[in-house]
Design a protein around this ligand. Structure first.
Ligand code: F6R
Ligand code: ZN
Length: 188
């Protein structure tokens, strides 16, 4: 039998108490997602293989839903920023929400039929990610970007499509400001 529970989420550190699991992504694991992977090598040569983001999960046994936090470190690779892998959910018809707690960023999305959107990530904004939209979050600020995600357990992740084709959009710094542009390297 499942029992209700209050889970404490720290909006600054992203800590989840209690949690059921977590993982850490190092910058090197994200190398080939950047438009200029050689700049990732240069960054690592200078700063080491830094932490890019942590994911902390609350995934109760037998539940249909789960939630948790993603804690993204700030950093820049050329004109791009630290980012997550990005994925479609493996199961069609499964959406998600991303509720930003601290920091600032942008959520890049595209649908299976090729529409694109970008949603600002800042405290107070809860992004609605409809089913069948790929999503990648990007930390465009100088502090940690912390958000709470909430989805169904059976949603799953399909990383392969984004890893091979890329996202349709890039978040870049242009003339000192954030710009969301089409990805010239996107493989249709
Ligand atoms: C779950 C979800 C988030 C991400 C996390 C890391 O469906 O969207 O929990 O998994 O923000 O991003 P990815 O998984 O793209 O590396
Ligand atoms: Zn997702």
């Amino acid at each position: 039998m499942q029992f209700p529970e209050g889970v404490r989420i720290d909006g600054i550190t992203g800590d989840v108490t209690p949690s059921t699991g977590r993982y850490l992504k190092k910058l090197s694991a994200l190398r080939d997602l950047y438009e200029a992977p050689e700049l990732v090598d240069a960054y690592i040569a200078q700063h080491g293989d830094v932490d890019a983001y942590d994911v902390i999960e609350y995934r109760p046994e037998g539940s249909d839903i789960c939630f948790g936090t993603t804690i993204m470190h700030p950093g820049k690779i050329g004109r791009e920023y630290f980012l997550t892998r990005g994925h479609f959910h493996a199961k069609s018809g499964r959406g998600e929400t991303y509720y930003t707690q601290s920091g600032q960023g942008v959520l890049l999305l595209h649908s299976r039929s090729g529409e694109t959107r970008a949603v600002e990530m800042r405290p107070g904004i809860c992004a609605f990610i409809p089913p069948d939209w790929a999503h990648r979050s990007v930390n465009t600020g100088t502090e940690k970007l912390v958000f709470v995600w909430n989805c169904t357990i059976d949603a799953g992740h399909d990383y392969a499509g984004i890893a091979t084709r890329g996202m349709r959009q890039l978040a870049v710094e242009q003339n000192g400001r954030l710009a969301v542009i089409g990805n010239p390297k996107y493989r249709d």
